[in-house]
Design a protein around this ligand. Sequence first.
Ligand SMILES: [Zn+2]
Ligand SMILES: [Zn+2]
Length: 523
Amino acid sequence: MKPVSFISFDVEALPGRASEDPINRLIWGKVNGAEFGIRRISSILKQHKIKGNFLIDFAMSALYGDKVVAEIGNFILEQGHELHVHLHSEWLVRKWNIKGLFNGPAGLNQLNSQLNRQFLQFSAFKYAQLFGLNPICFRGGGFHFNEHTVEAAHAAGFTALSNFDCYRHREDWAVSEEGMNNEPFKWKNGLIEIPVDFSPEPLSFQWEKYEGHFGRVCSRKRRKTFNLTLHSWSLLKRSGELFEQIAPDHEERLHRICEHLTSNTEPMGYADWLAMPNDAPALTNYTCKGSIVEVPEKEHVCTMCGAVFGEKLPNDVCLGCGSRARHRQLHDVFSRVGNPFIGCRVLANFANTIEKVAFLSKASEVLNFDVRPVGEVDVQMDVQDMSLIRDESYDAFLAVHVLNHVANDRKALSEINRVLKPGGVAVLTVPYRESSSTSSCENVTEHYGSEALAKYGVGSYRRYGLQDVLELFGELFAVQAEIGFDPITQERMKVFILRKSPTVQITGMEQPKSSALFKAQAT
Ligand SMILES: [Zn+2]
Ligand SMILES: [Zn+2]
């Protein structure tokens, strides 16, 4: 049988490797008005009918913003390649000003358990937030990783790593026999490692070297995999630290690699391979010998995306994911009482991307609506009149800081009650004051402006008092008020979990369902 091969490209734009505009130079490969980046790489792969594995560095999200990262990833997905996760943690450390690490290289191999967990959570969160995908395969920047990374990748939901190379890591890793010839193996937590065989940078290497690496795979491996790693900038020539010129010989060399792979191996995507049965043995013993940089305890941690900040942020918006205090507070409550939306049909009044990824990704079905025709919603509908929705047809309802912008909140609550199944749950947050009573706002247009008010009736109608809001919700629901904590602002807020009574219907055949709240615990 032919060996299985994987060709992978780390898609990254590290500052300092381009004199200007790292994204255009190092990802799209723009030089003199032409492109020698991932577009050209993809077209070469397609000429040879090879599916590539592109591992996108999510430090770019922090460095250059989500929009450019989304564009890059969407292009790769549109081309039919696999998109996986790469992370140059040293840039997160710098960008987020994590003291104690600030001046060092700070690869994942030098980080403790907490920072590995935060950073892997961050990369998995961004992957889900930007592409709606569940994480599969991870590679650390510079192939750096340690035992904490292996644990963190598992905790963040990855199923595989492609990091290890028994030759490269001879110094810092001691592994038992199963890992000694770069065959795929399982870490103790079940994560599969797809070891790296050859990183032929720059692509001007001597062809004999390639044959030597391939020959080693054929002669030494029982489970024959050939895993090659390249970069988004591989078609450019490096001079010093900079990539400024094109390199026609690199392009010719990539063609030759593709030709060799198609005639001598079976090229595959990591995910395609992982979906097939494999008999990768468990690694019985391993230790990473690298040393860990000590860092002070971090207080400013985003519980949603994992971002860690070395200092207090100017406001409540997380620089990693854009979540606000209310989201982290909700997240905190769900981590204790369980996520009530798992497996449920959910009706959501204007859930944004953060709320969708963090709270609704495991719902069986979500209908997202708003009274305004805004981009993210599925249907335009007023919470005060949801006549489009049948009685008792949804398990759960979500509205984050919405009710204060609705003219008739009682009417909205009665509609929410009507569309929920018996025993159904509504999760609501509203801004409130602890000790005063509910009062009207002087200026209804203060938040959304006069157009939203005139066209859709959306305004800032009232400031709730805590006692009043509890009574209001209590008119139709059993109210559970849970305190959520936000570690970025250090603020607490009550989240209201309202349960419609599980009415026993005399004519009904079905038993009322038990509350969705206790169906499943958040993971
Ligand atoms: Zn890299
Ligand atoms: Zn965040």
